[in-house]
Design a protein around this ligand. Structure first.
Ligand SMILES: Cc1cc2nc3c(=O)[nH]c(=O)nc-3n(C[C@H](O)[C@H](O)[C@H](O)COP(=O)(O)OP(=O)(O)OC[C@H]3O[C@@H](n4cnc5c(N)ncnc54)[C@H](O)[C@@H]3O)c2cc1C
Length: 455
């Protein structure tokens, strides 16, 4: 029997994981990417923002160094070096993803893909158009920063998130519009690097979807670093006059700075994909409607990653790509196949302190009336946190009071994004608090706080 032919449009985490997995399972795979193999949102947003945050963390560590028995350590941000570092990381990751794809036998076309029908795709490349037929097509074209009508982006001083790194120069005073995950990471990133920052917060709390205790610690950290918070203010207009940018808010206040960045979400890349040549259904926001196998209304066409309108995370996009490959190749009928459970996806906010969570949140249980047990341990009683001179934050574990099963958790503090993996594993493997508590962790480590919280 001839191999299955799979065409993937988009080479981000969703597309390249679908492509490499399908190729590994024996399909003939072609991937079409119009910009950067590895993913535009992944390599131009996620990775650079974390790289700049890492530089900020090094600076912040240097500032804490006084408390560690050292003094007069001098640090300065070298914007040119920072740019080169980010570009270097981007290039290395693009190379390694490309190598992985080609080593699995995936054919890569550099160009724009669009659907001609339920089993036909056209790749518009610099050398002309290539028509391909496929048994299955994976749409993984990602998303782009949302630009509202009231903002004229000039990509110089009025920016989308994607314009902000590598920065041509560090903004003297940055106004961040939007206080969700991306917004607060931008505040942290630029405040750490030395910019003055104003944050426009449309509600009364930053991170409205997150644990209020975690949000309160973050707000305090921002205030301690001199960040101005405009709470309950909705941006309605952004004007640039030379080197000055003014953000007008719905409550009459104005924020003035040298740059403004919009961090108010993203829109799916579903236009110009040729969807009109198929019966693929999109929702009112442009996301492709998919079932639990990520299959669209046309059986041969799947959608993954940000385009699927599920959880916009690189980790989720990659796992969706793998699940699609299993489904295309008929492996979902095996006993080992598990559907993706988005409620069990861990996520993190790379601020100072870091904030990470997974599974059932305390507030969510409270809202639904579900009985839970919550145990909380502060890092201030953890030896390693004190050794590190960074005792801020806590570990919280949510469990079932009757069975002891771990239902979720949140961690605030140094390395929270790493530590949450233990809770994520417990949640997805249906472990009990006793399993965490009786694991022999290394001493001294931050992980011990997990063991204590699981007592
Ligand atoms: C500022 C920011 C920070 C983030 N930080 C994190 C984080 O810390 N952790 C995390 O898990 N997630 C993070 N994310 C989210 C993460 O980047 C996305 O969820 C993830 O990249 C989605 O993967 P994707 O494959 O769907 O899309 P992408 O990574 O965008 O890949 C889609 C690809 O499709 C290509 N494409 C589009 N249209 C076509 C076409 N017609 N033909 C050919 N190619 C096409 C694009 O060029 C792109 O390369 C962040 C996002 C932002 C904006």
């Amino acid at each position: 029997m001839a191999n299955k032919r799979v065409v993937v449009i988009g080479g981000g985490p969703a597309g390249h994981d679908a492509a490499t997995s399908a190729a590994r399972f024996g399909a003939d795979v072609t991937l079409i990417e119009r910009d950067i193999v590895g993913g535009a949102a992944h390599l131009r947003d996620c990775v650079p923002s974390k790289s700049m945050i890492a530089t900020g963390a090094a600076l912040s560590f240097a500032r804490r160094i006084d408390g560690m028995g050292l003094a007069n350590v001098e640090t300065d941000v070298d914007a040119e070096h920072l740019r080169a570092r980010i570009q270097g990381i981007e290039q290395r990751l693009e190379q390694s993803v490309t190598q992985l794809l080609t080593s699995q036998g995936v054919t890569i076309h550099r160009g724009t893909g669009r659907l001609l029908g339920p089993n036909e795709v056209c790749a518009d490349t610099a050398d002309g158009s290539i028509e391909l037929t496929a048994d299955a097509i994976v749409l993984a074209t990602g998303s782009r920063p949302r630009i509202p009508e009231w903002a004229s982006i000039d990509h110089e001083r009025v920016l989308t998130t994607r314009d902000a790194y590598p920065p041509a120069e560090l903004p003297e005073h940055l106004i961040v519009v939007g206080s969700g995950v991306t917004g607060v990471e931008f505040v942290h990133m630029f405040a750490s690097l030395g910019s003055d920052v104003t944050l426009i917060v449309s509600r009364q709390q930053v991170l409205p979807q997150k644990d209020p205790e975690a949000a309160a610690l973050l707000e305090q950290n921002f205030l301690d670093r001199g960040v101005q918070l405009f709470k309950g203010a909705r941006a309605t207009e952004i004007l640039r006059n030379g080197a000055t940018v003014t953000v007008h808010c719905s409550d009459g206040r104005t924020a003035e700075g040298t740059h403004a960045v919009l961090a108010i979400g993203s829109d799916p890349n579903s236009q110009e994909l040729g969807l009109e040549n198929t019966e693929v259904v999109v929702d009112e926001s442009g996301y492709i409607e998919v079932d639990h196998n990520l299959r669209s209304s046309v059986p041969s066409i799947y959608a993954a990653g940000d385009l699927s309108g599920k959880l916009p995370l690189s980790s989720v996009a990659a796992m969706q790509g793998r699940k699609i490959a299993e489904h295309i190749m008929g492996l979902h009928e095996g006993r080992e196949h598990r559907h993706l459970d988005y409620d069990k996806a861990a996520s993190a906010i790379f601020t100072e302190p870091e904030i990470a969570d997974v599974g059932l949140a305390e507030a969510e249980a409270f809202a639904t009336g579900r009985k839970i047990r919550v145990t909380k341990v502060p890092f201030s009683s953890n030896a390693k946190a004190l050794i590190n001179n960074d005792p801020l934050g806590f570990v919280k574990i949510v469990s079932d009071p009757n069975t002891g099963h771990v239902l979720g958790g949140s961690i605030v503090g140094q390395h929270a994004a790493e530590l949450i993996s233990v809770v994520a594993l417990a949640v997805s493997a249906n472990l009990k608090v006793q399993d965490i508590h009786e694991s022999l962790f290394v001493y001294p480590t931050l992980s011990e706080a997990l063991s204590e919280a699981a007592e």
